[in-house]
Design a protein around this ligand. Sequence first.
Ligand code: PLP
Length: 465
Amino acid sequence: TTGTRTGYLDRHGVEHPFGDAEAERQVRSDDRAHVFHSWSAQAKIDPLPIAAGEGSTFWDYEGNAYLDFSSQLVNLNLGHQHPDLVAAIQQQAGRLATVQPSMANDVRGELARRIAEVAPGTLNKVFFTNGGADANEYAVRLARRVTGRRKVLSMYRSYHGGTSTAIALTGDPRRWANEPSDPSVAHFFGPYPYRSAFHSTSPEEETQRALEHLENVIVLEGAGTIAALIAETVVGTNGVLVPPPGYLAGVRELCDRYGIVYIADEVMVGFGRVGEWFAVDAFDVVPDLITFAKGVNSGYVPLGGVVISDAIAAQFDDVAFQGGLTYSGHPLACAAGVATFDVFDRDGILDRVRDLGSRVVEPELRSWLERHPSLGEVRGRGLFWALELVRDRETREPLVPFNAAGPDAAPMAEVAAACKAAGVWPFTHFNRVHVAPPLVIGEDELRRGLAAIDAALDVADRYAR
Ligand code: PLP
């Protein structure tokens, strides 16, 4: 299919028809020869050249349209080429393209104010970064400065970014090849009712046991050595793990009891993904620091940051904060962030996410449990869902082993290929398919994409007992 487009614009603004084999060949050969890719064996990947994007769809050079059900890397909350964001960046580039961070700037200040207005509690100041990993680096640094302690606790099954401390915080296989980096990190098990580390049989029991475990970790690591605890409010890449009732409130309480700074990593779930400005609002907790990136401006220009409580910010009233980045709060990025707030307000994006999530996505995905023997669990919130695929529903044996690669991962590769052949670009990780389309996706597009994933699960069913 070619969607509604017949071609794409080159970088000079000249329109070309799809199917220009020479243009595609050039993209592929430059990429192969000179782009060193993230998280990949360079010789084993074959990245798809992308020619155009609009709303929830992108096109390859042949004109195949894909519904972007992973919102790129779950950052494209307002879709490709949103006219308001593009215009805001163009206008800002025309009036003042860059201002260094120790000078004040209108869009940077306005964006910080609007973030503070929607942030919970007394989180009123924003330290801007270039993305999510460095936001987490700086959150940890703030916590270490104000507590005088060094250690940080984070969950297994978490992702906090690819830089030095952020990868050390990460509790998934991406950390392994990068060890040791920051040595003062200890990991603990968060709640995961479907595969409970605590053999619990209900979400309530999972909360209670996960909190007992966490307190044991705090005590045995030495409460007086722990600066911070960092947790994704809803665990993202590692499985869309929505915390069971009371868990995050319990984390807040433990952090208070032991003088630990609570950092909520909302890089993936902030700015609307689960139908809230910040996901902590869904769980009635107020952390000390919130990190954000991605959805703040849909990733049109790199931007991230740390929202800081008044109590922590005040510690730096008379003492310098030693840290900074040349592009902190870059005006082009902030202009796109301000435009994001305008679009959210005008178009009622948060209500839309809650509505589409509860009225369309949740009932549809849950109905598949009756039809697909490979579907072990459906979980999520807003426009952020995971389908956990299994070979056996009784034993919950995953469709592919943990961290599978090569032939072991073939069943999931086949599921992903079936989605792509049907024009849907999914996010797959280990034995899961995630559903995370742009928040602006049309209901018809959403239903069409879900139908394609539904059909692709037939492939997984063939492996199920
Ligand atoms: N934290 C979470 C929860 C993320 O999902 C990510 C990226 O996927 C990051 C941090 C790292 O953000 P970035 O890639 O912008 O550095």
